[in-house]
Design a protein around this ligand. Structure first.
Ligand SMILES: NC(=O)c1ccc[n+]([C@@H]2O[C@H](COP(=O)([O-])OP(=O)(O)OC[C@H]3O[C@@H](n4cnc5c(N)ncnc54)[C@H](OP(=O)(O)O)[C@@H]3O)[C@@H](O)[C@H]2O)c1
Length: 264
């Protein structure tokens, strides 16, 4: 029996991705922090989609030893993974120097190391079960420079280029690598609060996690390299490629000017 493994699947975009996979008759393995949120997501999926298998592992992915823990859990239970979705990640808002180093350690572990290490660990299995898929969640933010979101933006740019390069390497092995680049998404109380403060085009581009997930899974299955959910987001991305960098920067700074400083 083949499974899709999704990290950060207890809430937000990850939960919506898990529901979308289940809706498409795909068996799912959900990985997120241990707790009632993850348990209730599993129960909701099992109740709504009785014909698929759904299991979960509660684990803190900000701990380096957790990556081997996830792999061990999969092997011990004889699950076969042919789709890996590295979705876990945390955002932040605030001047670089005013955020504690411990926060950045955790953010880099979740946003950068988790995707890199899990991909490396599962690669032999994905090769063995090819044709298979890897989808990594980056962000539209990874295309731009955004003061006050420095480490987050850099981590998402890493995920973008990691995925695009890996795609070229794995093509010969029939492993598709897609990178999901959502714009603002009302995924949790924090993002909803931040998104409320956005202005102009940035405000109009906000999507629901379910909208992001539906487009993401559809395009991943079609083997798309870069997935930018939502018409306005796609349009802004393509226009921004034609606009000089200083104009791009003026538009972005204006959109984020009103956003208060949030820490996750
Ligand atoms: N929301 C946006 O506007 C937006 C835009 C662009 C990109 N993204 C990216 O999309 C991805 C998902 O974002 P989201 O907004 O949906 O996030 P979210 O609502 O905060 O959900 C995050 C999920 O990750 C899990 N998680 C958090 N810390 C963890 C840890 N230490 N170990 C294991 N699991 C952990 C959470 O578990 P619990 O449920 O137990 O807390 C939850 O299931 C992230 O990579 C994010 O950067 C988001």
């Amino acid at each position: 029996m083949m499974f899709t493994l999704i990290t950060g699947a207890g809430a937000g975009i990850g939960k919506a991705l898990a529901f979308e996979c289940a809706r498409k008759n795909m068996n799912v393995l959900l990985v997120a922090l241990p707790g009632p949120e993850l348990e209730s997501t599993v129960n909701e999926i099992r109740a709504a989609y009785r014909n698929i298998a759904c299991y979960c592992l509660g684990i803190d992915l900000s701990r380096p030893e957790s990556f081997c823990g996830v792999y061990k859990w999969v092997k011990e239970n004889n699950f076969h993974v042919n789709i890996l979705i590295n979705n876990v990640g945390v955002g932040s808002k605030g001047d670089f120097e005013h955020t504690e180093t411990i926060f950045y350690e955790r953010q880099l572990e979740l946003n950068v190391h988790a995707a890199t290490m899990l991909t490396r660990l599962f690669l032999p299995d994905l090769k063995a079960h090819a044709p298979s898929h890897i989808m990594n969640t980056s962000s539209m933010g990874g295309f731009y420079m955004i003061p006050g979101k420095t480490v987050y933006i850099a981590s998402k740019a890493y995920i973008y280029y990691f995925s695009r390069s890996l795609r070229l390497e794995l093509k010969q092995h029939h492993i598709n690598v897609s990178v999901l680049c959502p714009g603002g998404t009302n995924s949790n109380a924090n993002t909803i609060a931040i998104n409320k403060e956005l202005k102009g085009i940035a405000k109009r581009s906000i999507l629901l996690p379910e909208e992001v997930a539906a487009e993401a899974i559809d395009k991943m299955m079609k083997g798309k390299a870069r997935i930018i959910p939502g018409f306005i987001n796609k349009l802004s991305y393509h226009i921004s490629r034609l606009v000089p960098e200083f104009i791009q920067q003026m538009i972005i700074s204006n959109a984020f000017r009103h956003v208060k400083k949030h820490k996750y």
